[in-house]
Design a protein around this ligand. Sequence first.
Ligand code: GTQ
Length: 356
Amino acid sequence: MGTSAFFAKPETSAERREYYQRLEQKHAAPLWEVLGDLIPAQPRPTAGPALWRYQEMRSLLLEAGRLITAKEAERRVLILENPSMPGTSLITQSVYAGLQMVLPGETTSTHRHATSALRFVIESDQGYTAVDGERTTMHPGDFVLTPSWMYHDHGNPGDTPVVWLDGLDIPIVNLFGTSFAESYPGKTPDELQPVTKQEGDAEARYGQNLLPLEYKPSRLSSPVFNYSYARSRDALDQLYRNGPLHACHGVKMQYANPATGGYPMPTIGAFLQLLPTGFRGAGYRSTDAAVYCVAEGAGRSKIGDTELDWRKNDVFVVPSWYPVSHQAQEESVLFSFSDRPAQKVLGLWREEVVQN
Ligand code: GTQ
């Protein structure tokens, strides 16, 4: 990766070094010694390419299920920590990812935080998330939002474990020093937020190409909070048949806020793409590092010099500005999320087609 510094470092000398030491005592430092590292000529992500095999993670999650309840843990989550960023709890510099499991009969407490969260459902029969007084039943492949500062809790009334991928903008919120979190103020710690809306209300109100009369968005996030896999998958299938395929992305769509056409949440965007059997994508890179979850199929992605083989439910990460190309061994669907909306609103986002 591009490690070349645009700004060259000047020669040093005994006299300069002695001066730098005196600066240090005054909590000051010479910019010319660090400029190239502070302002690199191109992104130098601390994250590296990495993959987590679902089969392995699933058995570790089941072990966690024997060791701790969802209640005691608050959230029973295995953090996916980038191997190049030990100790950070992060999968990239700007987003966090984890695998969460809710066992049959469990509920989690109701809480809210400034950090925005998304869920991409991996296993669920009757699992649900409740957000701001409305429950939504989760099915594999569903993309579910938990926007900033909305009370949420999860439950599993079914007979099999529920597992999903969590994505949160934790490092962005902490970068700005803007983290707040609190439990639902119930009479007991176990009291959940009340369910005040019929399941499906948000979907009917905002998710059917219709909007309530005089509707004005009252929040920055999408009023739809479950984007069902069945519908997204159908769209990809039809668009594939209609063609053409994008040379890098296959058929790739972004999840949209139906009230604005913008991203579903202000800091996190999400995408779903279909790669037909035998697809060999061209190289591409963008400044938004992306976390992928394999919804269907099997294939291989080349990320910089690293080749990662993936299959259903595996999670992998493409760091900022690394060239990536995808190949599909069988018809595959990839979900991904990134901080693209935040980069775009700040005027920072870049992309290009590259050799890879
Ligand atoms: O489900 O509310 O992975 O609060 C990390 C923090 C999930 C959640 C995470 C959280 C949650």
